[in-house]
Design a protein around this ligand. Structure first.
Ligand code: PGA
Length: 249
C-alpha cells in the first residue's frame, strides 16, 4: 500500500511572517494525521523560518525549485544543497509554471533533479499537458516524454525517494479539475511507463500525485482512484482550514 502524500505549493505567495503564521496553524490542525505524508513548499526566503516552525512535526518542508549545480555563477538560482541547508527535505521540480513562464525543458528538469538527488532531497517532479495538447489527443505522449526526459539516466536506487505529480496545465489555478476518470487514465499510463523503465516493484511503490484545482470538495473522489496517491495543491493550500480539510480527505 502506498501512503498518500499531500503537498501544498504556496507558489509566490505569503510574506515571511504570513508563512510562519500559516505553518503554525497547520502544525496544530494536522497534528492528528499519521496515515498521510504531508509537505508544504513556501517561497525561498520563508523556507528556513517555516522549517523551524515545523521541525519535529509531521509536516515536511519543500522548496519550489532548485538548481542542479552545488554552487557557482548562476545569478538568481538556489542550489539543491542550499535548499537542504535551509531545512527542506523535499523539492518540487518541473512545475508547469517553471516550464511555461521560465522556459524550463525536460533536460533542464533532469539537471535540477540531479542536484536534488545529490543533496538528498525528495523530489516531486511535475508533468502535464496543455489544453491544446489534450485537444490534439497528445496527452499521453507529452506526459510520457516529460517523465522519460526528466528521469533519463537515473536508476531506481537513485530515484527511490521520487514522487511524480500529474498536473494538467489547463486545470492549474483555473477551477477546472480533471475528472477522476481523466486523471486516473493518465496516472495509470505513467505507472505502466515507470514499470517498463524500472520494473513492477518500483512502479507499484511510486507515488503519483494529482494537481490542478484540488479542493476539499473534490479531493476524496480523486483519491479514490487506483493510481492517484496524493495531491499537489496550489490555491487551496494557502488557507489552513482548506488544506487541513484536504489532508483529512
Ligand atoms: P492549483 O495549483 O491547486 O491552484 O490549481 C496546483 C499546482 O500548481 O500545483
Amino acid at each position: 500500500m502506498r501512503t498518500p502524500f499531500i503537498a501544498g505549493n504556496w507558489k509566490m505567495n505569503r510574506s515571511i511572517g504570513e508563512s510562519i503564521q500559516l505553518a503554525k496553524l497547520l502544525k496544530v490542525k494536522l497534528a492528528d494525521v499519521s496515515q498521510v505524508d504531508i509537505a508544504v513548499c513556501p517561497q525561498f526566503l520563508a523556507l528556513p523560518e517555516v522549517a523551524k516552525v515545523l521541525a519535529g512535526s509531521n509536516i515536511h518542508v519543500g522548496a519550489q525549485n532548485c538548481h542542479g549545480n552545488p554552487s557557482g555563477a548562476f545569478t538568481g538560482e538556489v542550489a539543491a544543497e542550499m535548499v537542504a541547508d535551509a531545512g527542506a527535505t523535499h523539492v518540487i521540480l518541473g512545475h508547469s509554471e517553471r516550464r511555461q513562464i521560465f522556459g524550463e525543458t525536460n533536460q533542464g528538469v533532469r539537471a535540477r533533479l540531479a542536484g536534488a538527488l545529490r543533496a538528498g532531497l525528495h523530489p516531486i517532479v511535475c508533468v502535464g499537458e496543455t489544453l491544446a495538447e489534450r485537444e490534439a489527443g497528445a496527452t499521453i505522449d507529452i506526459v510520457s516524454d516529460q517523465v522519460k526526459g526528466a528521469l533519463e539516466g537515473f536508476d531506481a536506487q537513485a530515484l527511490r525517494h521520487l514522487t511524480l505529480a500529474y498536473e494538467p496545465v489547463w486545470a492549474i489555478g483555473t477551477g477546472k479539475t480533471a475528472s477522476p476518470e481523466q486523471a486516473q487514465e493518465v496516472h495509470a499510463s505513467i505507472r505502466s511507463l515507470i514499470a517498463s523503465l524500472y520494473g513492477q516493484d518500483f512502479a507499484h511503490a511510486l507515488r503519483i500525485q494529482y494537481g490542478g484545482s484540488v479542493k476539499p470538495g473534490n479531493v476524496a473522489e480523486l483519491m479514490a482512484c487506483t493510481d492517484i496517491d496524493g495531491a499537489l495543491v496550489g490555491g487551496a493550500a494557502l488557507d489552513a482550514e482548506s488544506f487541513s480539510n484536504i489532508v483529512h480527505f
